[in-house]
Design a binder for this molecule. Sequence first.
Ligand code: SF4
Ligand code: SF4
Length: 304
Amino acid sequence: MKDFPGDTASAEHGWLKAHKWLLLRRFSQIGVLALFLAGPLAGVWIVTGNLSASMTLGVLPLTDPLLLAQSMLSGAWPVLSGAIGALIVLVFYALVGGRVFCSWVCPVNLVTDLAAWLGRRFDIRAAGRLSRDLRYWILALVLFFPLVTGVIVWEYLNPVSMAHRGLIFGLGWAWTILVAVLLYDLLIVRRGWCGHLCPVGAFYSLVGMRAAVRVSAEGRSRCDDCTDCFHICPEPQVIKPALKGAARGRGPIITDLNCTNCGRCIDVCSKRVFRFRMGDRRPIEVPVELPDAQSHRVRTHPFS
Ligand code: SF4
Ligand code: SF4
């Protein structure tokens, strides 16, 4: 039977360890939704609002900074709590990685991950090709339209806020958007929405440009080229420079803006090559724990 990414890691380290970060992410995504749903469904108002603008426990405002930017470009000045909420969100994602929003919070990620899983399980190959830079051009348009029209055009189309509002207030027509994203990712372009088109992801990738939390391929000398990490990663182009760049003096930290810090490369690698770490630049000693070997220590290269 054909091996899937993570099968070897599951066999060698156990299913739970090979899905640790995936389970934590699902817990986070569903937990965020549950917090928003607890009010309308059960009358427990911990959080009010939605992903565009919310208030937690009556004291913590959180605002979508991309929405705020569009609103300001359209000529509307934000209220103080809205501006503070956007600042809090910006600082948080600037530290932990902008695209953490995509993999740990965004409800559309559940749909795009499902499309990727279905594609792998049933060997459906979406053969379409698009530039991954297209999302930055779309982001530029998203910001340009309010400037010239005075209307926040993107919010009429944004699957992220439509899906979230739909899940909280009743799906209505939002389900058609989600099905369209699923079919597009499954049949037309692999990881087509998040990895190529979504301006929200593009925006957050820029926010996390100097993030402190990074994935590091610091056990890269143990890599056996099984390619599981490349097959599971939603942005596989981010891995190679860190994993294979030692000969060119590249450090093991994945510095590409579009790594989503999803942790799936950590899960599926049976050689335990990857781990999360704070993005400091000191040389490091890495303890190695493999099931059939005694623990030993390997010195990695200083980060470039
Ligand atoms: S780092 Fe190497 S061993 Fe680990 S999953 Fe990727 S290709 Fe396989
Ligand atoms: S490199 Fe790892 S953490 Fe980053 S997006 Fe790919 S699988 Fe996720």
